[in-house]
Design a protein around this ligand. Structure first.
Ligand code: FMN
Length: 330
């Protein structure tokens, strides 16, 4: 159970905002296998204000895609106000502010994780968010900019003080990017310092690692990110595992193939044939992870239409009676 503002969801798992990944089809596939609460891809507040067509498309969601949070990135209070004004026309349940993105193009303009180096400015921006969103606001941070400046507790307290209703924390510094050790201790410290819910992120790659995150940090919920790439079953399996430590039965290759077909159809419906197939290419590799189908993965990476992709999924199913092993690298 997770409560943020007036939103309550009956699961302690949240599907991450992931740029280039967390589109509507991806969210729906994960929801079909136990995800209860999801986020859009990160949205540039500036692109939104400039009415960028691709950005506007990222905002669309059918009713079965709820509750849903939207995440924005910006370091400009006026742009943020305008973006929030536009977002007020959409049925998002939560608006999250990104102070975690490590990408050079983002931090070099002072946005994303760049704001971790400017706690006072970040706090002001969070106040602007809270005052203008008209909905619960959350913030996503990292443990700090680098090893020498781990300031998550200070930032988290400022966020709470600004009226933020929940805090997402990736237990790595900006300089670590997506690799290296997750700092469970700093997440635990932040959790102890706050009264608002703390939702932890970092290496939530298997039911065991997600349980480890809860045990080590005392967090209220966990963000599932890379663990859901080609593996929407992680939601179903983790819920079972958290209940009684059992039921780690992996999907059969037939179920994987069926899910891939559904995902491909959703992508083609949402983005059109060409773009939908291109976006599915990387998912083929993720779904087929661990299967001995290297040639098929190469072909899928070059597939140009859904008929070709469907044929490759069929071949994968025939060639592989394989079920991926349980990832137990706790
Ligand atoms: C491809 C990709 C895109 C991401 N995009 C975003 C994003 O737009 N906003 C965000 O807050 N985090 C983003 N993240 C970070 C994840 O939400 C998560 O915090 C991070 O991957 C750590 O979790 P994990 O180790 O379990 O994957 C992204 C991660 C990946 C792998």
């Amino acid at each position: 159970m997770l409560s943020i503002g007036h939103i309550t969801v009956d699961s302690p798992l949240v599907l991450a905002p992931m740029a280039g990944i967390s589109d509507q089809p991806f969210r729906l596939i994960n929801r079909s296998l136990g995800c209860r609460f999801a986020f859009t891809e990160m949205i540039s507040a500036r692109s939104l204000v400039y009415n960028n067509k691709t950005t506007i498309k990222m905002l669309s969601s059918p009713v079965e895609d709820r509750p849903l949070g939207v995440q924005i990135v910006s370091a400009d209070s006026e742009i943020i106000k305008m973006a929030l004004d536009i977002l007020s026309n959409y049925p998002f349940d939560i608006i999250d502010f990104n102070a975690a993105c490590p990408v050079h193009k983002v931090v070099s303009t002072g946005e994303g994780a760049g704001l971790l180096r400017e706690p006072v400015k970040l706090q002001k921006l969070m106040r602007v968010m809270v005052d203008h969103a008209g909905k619960p606001v959350t913030v996503k941070i990292r443990s700090g900019w680098d090893e020498a400046s781990v300031n998550a507790t200070d930032i988290a307290l400022r966020a709470q003080d600004a009226g933020v209703k929940g805090l997402f924390i990736h237990g790595r510094t900006r300089m670590q990017g997506y690799s290296g050790r997750v700092d469970y201790a700093i997440i635990g410290k932040v959790k102890k310092s706050l009264t608002i819910p703390v939702i932890a992120s970092g290496d939530a790659l298997s039911p065991q690692l997600i349980r480890k995150m809860f045990v080590e940090t005392g967090c209220d919920a966990v963000v599932v990110a890379r663990g859901a790439l080609g593996n929407p079953w992680i939601f179903r399996e983790t819920i079972e595992y958290l209940k009684d430590g059992t039921n780690l039965c992996r999907p059969h290759v037939h179920e994987i193939a069926q899910t891939m077909k559904k995902h491909l159809a959703l992508l083609v419906g949402f983005l059109g044939e060409t773009t939908g197939v291109i976006r599915f290419r990387k998912f083929f590799g993720w779904y087929a992870k661990g299967m001995a189908v290297k040639q098929l993965k190469v072909k899928a990476f070059n597939a140009e239409n859904s008929d070709e992709m469907l044929r490759l999924i069929g071949e994968m199913e025939t060639l592989s009676s394989y079920c991926p092993p349980i990832n137990s690298d706790v």
